[in-house]
Design a binder for this molecule. Structure first.
Ligand code: ZN
Length: 273
């Protein structure tokens, strides 16, 4: 951006010159330095930036910090988001935060480590529309919402930290698979893999804390058709061992090697419901 304004030294030394220099700062105890353009008084050494330059400096310093501690930079977040064809609003909903947070992270604010993890989970996820997310954008608050819905119908707690989603994941899996089979898209956008104890959410051990702490009011409301599917599964498998056994009887799980993804297109092959 070409700026035509001039800056005058506040110590009465006249025009300052535009100069590239190194700016240092300590952000959250981490020293960072970046190359930036600012105005400098050659007589007294006073440095000042235009509002535009100051914004750029702040962004560069935050990005330097994020690079140093291994967080996604604003540019990376923006690029990955565009690659998924995801609006800021959709990403915010998926994370259970306000759109202002996404805007801030993309323009320089630093996300915390746990939010960075959530961002990576979503942004590195398979593109909606392919058969690992079931045409649905992955949403952690929605995962929680579905689990709570099952709890309501089953009358028991499913979201338990040390359960490792062993039983819960099977209820989720059936809900997503049936929804894909009958409505054309999954409910939560989760991707699943064949694990020794049955179908399981990908990265579930990383996700469980986030699911427990997710704010369900950030999730898109469940449609009537989705609620009906959840209810049907709860009626069919009233006991958690029922759903466990059923999942283990499914050929789509039995025939997969451990760790292999279970695509949503396999939903037509389900036999237990
Ligand atoms: Zn001066």
């Amino acid at each position: 951006m070409r700026e035509n304004k001039t800056m005058i030294c506040p110590n009465n030394h006249g025009k300052m010159i535009r100069k590239e220099m190194r700016k240092k700062a300590v952000l959250r105890d981490i020293p960072v330095s970046v190359k930036v353009e600012e105005y400098l008084c050659e007589i007294c050494g006073f440095e000042a930036g235009t509002p535009e330059q100051t914004t750029i400096i702040k962004r560069k310093l935050c990005d330097a910090y994020r690079e140093k501690v291994g967080l996604l930079s604003g540019e990376q977040i923006r690029r990955l988001r565009s690659k998924l064809n995801l609006s800021q609003k959709a990403l915010a909903e998926s994370l259970g935060v306000g759109i202002a947070s996404v805007k801030r992270w993309e323009t320089g604010s630093i996300q915390n480590v746990s939010m960075d993890k959530s961002l990576r989970n979503i942004l590195n996820a398979v593109k909606p529309g392919n058969d690992h997310s079931g045409n649905q954008l992955f949403s952690i608050p929605r995962v929680k919402k579905v689990i709570l819905e099952f709890e309501k119908y089953l009358g028991k707690k499913l979201l338990i930290k040390n359960d490792k989603l062993l039983f819960t994941a099977k209820y989720l899996w059936y809900a997503d698979m049936l929804s894909f089979r009958e409505l054309g898209k999954s409910i939560t956008g989760s991707s699943y893999a064949a694990l020794p104890y049955g179908p399981q959410l990908n990265n579930y051990s990383d996700l469980i804390d986030e699911i427990i702490h997710a704010n369900v009011s950030d999730a898109k409301a469940l449609t009537n058709d989705e609620l009906k599917i959840i209810q049907r599964i709860a009626i069919k498998f009233p006991n958690k061992y029922d759903v466990y056994r059923a999942a283990h009887n499914e050929m789509v799980w039995k025939q997969k090697a451990i760790g292999m993804p279970i695509p949503y297109t396999d939903s037509v092959l389900l036999s237990e419901i």
